[in-house]
Ligand binder design. Structure first.
Ligand code: ARG
Length: 584
């Protein structure tokens, strides 16, 4: 549609030149393109050009301007134009639209790509779970929004580096090592995997809490050397000093955790270019802390070192604790600098829950104060919280719902439906996984990312609603029609029915939607677009005969439209972690 808009915009400017050459000289093609709207009602045309803004420059009424343009306007794409209340309403010509279907087929996977990222590199930090802690539904957002934003950038030609910045450093590892030594065993952890690590972690935290409470009840402080808390700190301290035994246990814990995450990533079809977590930047922190000190940015505050940000209405950024140990913030400074040096990014994106918005605002400000000119290439993409309808899903760790369990529950439900419907597919398990996981992902991504959402499994899995199963089923329907015919050859395209035209119009909007999703870091634009395509396709499918059409030319033309729909849906699925299901 962008090409059509451009041709129309050129003709509008040409028409203006016919009655006011000076004004036409100053009209910018891109602005005129952007001003072209999609009217809410088909009676108002397929596109409309509002003349209100021109009114000031041309010193006449919008209605008069529309009339002046109209009397000079002609464009191959436009069959009819009308002047209604200062709008130039444009009705597109079916014979000019129809060949666009051929263009989609010709371009295939390339169709809809905005070529705006070529030669540019984007680094994306997403998913980034904390090792040995549960991978719960709170991580759904960063994982699927992050990956979608990556795929959208890749589609636009950017070179993308996906970084899974694992939370693999910090005092929690001291606790975990201590717990393992007291209560764990190698066999148990090998067998129980991440669940075993999580339960050790939960147990040590409880014990530390109890110890604290007991001391408080007795009116004392916890023992500074022999308490569990002190011993845990000691274990982490040993790690920081390079203690070989602790480091090897720590590495093993990471491997155990990764094995579990990999399963979830595989189900989602997600891969990362880098797994460099927080631990990878520990040796890069001293230089940055020194730089802060040299720049006089560090201030002592009750023994801790902070960057005072009160001037910018933000709380202080905590760089070193009073015992000199580093923090999440310190590591993020070092990581940002390291990534710039390593990848020379044009943009560096962080996807986390909105709870960390303050942290990133502080981080970016501190990097600016440190004189890093690229601070404005850093982008934080926040998202809202997820809750689960009631607490219907069982959890093993008490109060959180694991992503793994959520996916498993969805897959089970899909399997039950498939059994009921007696679908008999060779790859039933694969399809059930694609549809079950797809349902969760699609439900989540069809909302604006910043919105808090309540997850309702029943709704997500419905085949009739605006759901993942519905759009995946639509894709399978396209495939099923196309399986029945030999390859479609290029031919004359024609549009005869309104449903065909509506479908073509929707397919032609793909690139605009990709651009919008890219600009706003908003995968929901793609999810909702997929729904528009599915709805338009199903109307066409129900109202227009395809395979049973007598007229061979009409039949071929409709088959091309099915094929173009499959192409666009397939590309769009790839942008939001939805698997393409050829048969359901
Ligand atoms: N591991 C962190 C968490 O789970 C998220 C890390 C986000 N990325 C970053 N560079 N801070 O909360």
């Amino acid at each position: 549609m962008l090409e059509i808009k451009k041709q129309i915009a050129l003709k509008i400017i040409e028409s203006v030149a016919g009655f006011n050459p000076d004004a036409a000289q100053n009209m910018v093609l891109a602005d005129v393109c952007n001003a072209l709207e999609y009217p809410p009602d088909p009676n108002m045309g397929d596109l409309a050009f509002p003349c209100f803004k021109l009114s000031r420059i041309l010193r006449s009424s919008p209605v008069q301007i529309a009339q002046n343009i109209l009397s000079r306007f002609s464009c191959v794409y436009v069959e009819k134009a009308e002047n209604v209340n200062g709008y130039l309403n444009l009705f597109l010509s079916l014979s000019a639209l129809a060949p666009k279907v051929g263009e989609i087929l010709e371009k295939g996977d390339e169709y809809g790509r905005p070529r705006i990222g070529e030669g540019k590199t984007v680094v994306l930090d997403y998913s980034s779970p904390n090792v040995a802690k549960p991978f719960h539904i709170g991580h759904l957002g960063t994982t699927v929004i992050g990956h979608s934003i990556k795929m959208i950038h890749e589609f636009a030609g950017y070179k993308c580096v996906g970084i899974n910045y694992l939370g693999d450093w910090g005092t929690q590892f001291g606790k975990l090592i201590l717990a393992y030594r007291m209560w764990g065993s190698r066999e148990q952890v090998e067998q129980g995997g991440i669940d075993e690590l999580v339960s050790l972690y939960v147990r040590i935290n409880l014990a530390i809490e109890e110890e604290k409470k007991a001391a408080a009840d007795a009116g004392q402080e916890v023992d500074p050397v022999n308490s569990l808390a002190a011993k845990a700190r000691m274990e982490f301290h040993k790690m920081e000093q390079g203690d070989a035994e602790n480091l090897s246990i720590w590495k093993w814990f990471i491997q155990i955790s990764l094995k579990e995450y990999e399963k979830t990533y595989r189900q989602l079809g997600i891969t990362f270019e880098s797994y460099e977590g927080e631990s990878s930047v520990t040796d890069k922190m001293p230089a940055q802390v020194q730089k802060l000190r040299d720049l006089n940015l560090l201030k002592l505050d009750q023994g801790a070192s902070i960057v005072d940000l009160s001037e910018y209405n933000m709380p202080p950024f905590l760089i070193l604790k009073s015992d000199g140990s580093t923090l999440y913030a310190t590591r993020d400074i070092a990581a940002a600098v390291y990534r710039k040096e390593k990848y020379h990014f044009d943009k560096s994106i962080y996807v986390t829950s909105a709870q960390q918005s303050q942290h990133f605002a502080q981080l970016f400000k501190v990097l600016e104060l440190m004189g890093y000119e690229w601070y404005n290439e850093l982008v934080h993409v926040p998202y809202g919280t997820v809750s689960l309808e009631g607490a219907k899903l069982a959890t093993r760790t008490g109060n959180v719902v694991l992503l793994r369990d959520l996916f498993a529950a969805a897959i089970d439900k899909v399997k039950a439906v498939m059994k009921e419907k007696n679908t008999e597919l060779e790859n039933e398990d694969e399809v059930a996984e694609a549809v079950g996981v797809g349902a969760v992902v699609f439900y989540y991504l069809s909302n604006n990312r910043i919105k808090d959402i309540d997850f309702v499994m029943e709704e997500a899995l419905s085949f009739d609603g605006n759901t993942g199963p519905y759009v995946q089923y639509t894709y399978a329907r396209c495939c099923s029609v196309l399986r029945k015919v030999p390859e479609i050859k290029p031919q004359m395209y024609r549009i005869t029915e309104p449903e065909e035209k509506d479908l073509v119009m929707v397919l032609l909007k793909f690139e605009e939607k990709v651009r919008q999703a890219l600009n706003d870091y908003e995968p929901s634009v793609i999810a909702r677009y997929i729904l528009d395509v599915a709805t338009a396709f199903n109307r066409f499918y129900h109202n227009c005969q395809i395979l049973s059409t007598e007229d061979e030319k009409v039949k071929l033309s409709r088959l091309s439209l099915v094929s173009a729909t499959r192409t666009v849906l397939g590309s769009a699925f790839g942008l939001i972690c939805l698997k393409k299901t050829e048969k359901i």
